[in-house]
Design a protein around this ligand. Structure first.
Ligand SMILES: NC(=O)c1ccc[n+]([C@@H]2O[C@H](COP(=O)([O-])OP(=O)(O)OC[C@H]3O[C@@H](n4cnc5c(N)ncnc54)[C@H](O)[C@@H]3O)[C@@H](O)[C@H]2O)c1
Length: 254
């Protein structure tokens, strides 16, 4: 089977990186469901996707779905809608996320801390758990999680986000090993700063400090993230699972 007949879900599909990933996967021939908390934005992003090379039209090849990826019932309902529309599932990209509270640990509100863990980590568990069975039935599966360099190094004043992304990295390792003898591969990417609306959630100082650490002296683009995800979602990613792929303009060295 080639990408022309595969179905992909991209959570956070209305966001900066998610939208670019959805566009790239559709360009490569996938039918794509864009899942997002903002259902209208997801529908608009799906409708605005460029034409699929394989089908020659975006009609029937993309779908916007409103979902709260932190909610078990909402994830189950979004998966039902996606399977009803496309009939199968082969690729899941967990891109929904948020930076959460920016504060010293001593001042950090518990509810805000927990919300950040939920949107970045609980979401990856819920969506990945739901995706496994359909992927095994399809005989092909690729799960790609959006972690962050914050999960490897720890950003000051972003303890919840850093802990959640470290959790995503460890979750990816665990699930990758668990499914190693199946056709499902599970990997994550760890970007440094990527130019998207998410950066508006960071303080000016935190953003400047992050950019200053990048040897290439620039932010990455959502398209550069999509290029890496497209490889991880395809046949050529055959001998990697449970792995973390850096996307940091030379910052990450381990
Ligand atoms: N932009 C960066 O510099 C950067 C760096 C490292 C990692 N990341 C990670 O990449 C991923 C995508 O980031 P982005 O820059 O595209 O962010 P973004 O803010 O542009 O998009 C995030 C999307 O997730 C959606 N979302 C939030 N909560 C949700 C929920 N509960 N249910 C469903 N959807 C929800 C939002 O509506 C939004 O469309 C995130 O996981 C982020 O942590 C981003």
């Amino acid at each position: 089977m080639n990408a022309q007949s595969r179905v992909a879900i991209v959570t956070g599909g209305a966001g900066g990186i998610g939208r670019a990933i959805a566009a790239r996967l559709q360009h490569d021939g996938h039918r794509v469901a864009l899942w997002d908390l903002d259902g209208d934005a997801a529908a608009q992003a799906a409708a605005a996707l460029p034409r699929s090379i394989s089908a020659g039209t975006s009609e029937g090849t993309s779908l916007g779905v409103r979902v709260d990826v932190t909610d078990e019932a909402s994830v189950a309902s979004a998966l039902r809608a996606t399977l009803a529309h496309f009939g199968a599932l082969h690729v899941l990209v967990n891109s929904a996320g948020a930076t959460g509270p920016v504060a010293n640990v001593a001042d950090c509100d518990l509810a805000a801390w927990q919300r950040c863990i939920d949107v970045n980590l609980r979401s990856v568990f819920l969506c990945s758990r739901a995706a496994v069975q359909p992927m095994l039935e399809a005989g092909f599966g690729r799960i790609v999680n959006l972690a962050s360099i914050a999960g490897k190094e720890g950003n000051p004043q972003m303890s919840a986000y850093s802990a959640a992304k470290a959790g995503v990295i460890a979750f990816t390792k665990s699930m990758g090993k668990e499914l190693a003898l199946t056709p499902v591969r599970v990997n994550c990417i760890a970007p440094a700063v990527i130019e998207t609306p998410l950066l508006a959630q960071m303080t000016r100082d935190a953003l400047a400090a992050s950019l200053a650490k990048i040897p290439m002296q620039r932010a990455g683009t959502a398209e550069e993230a999509a290029n890496l995800v497209a490889w991880l979602a395809g046949d050529q990613c055959s001998f990697s699972s449970g792995a973390t792929f850096d996307l940091s303009g030379g910052r990450a060295t381990y």
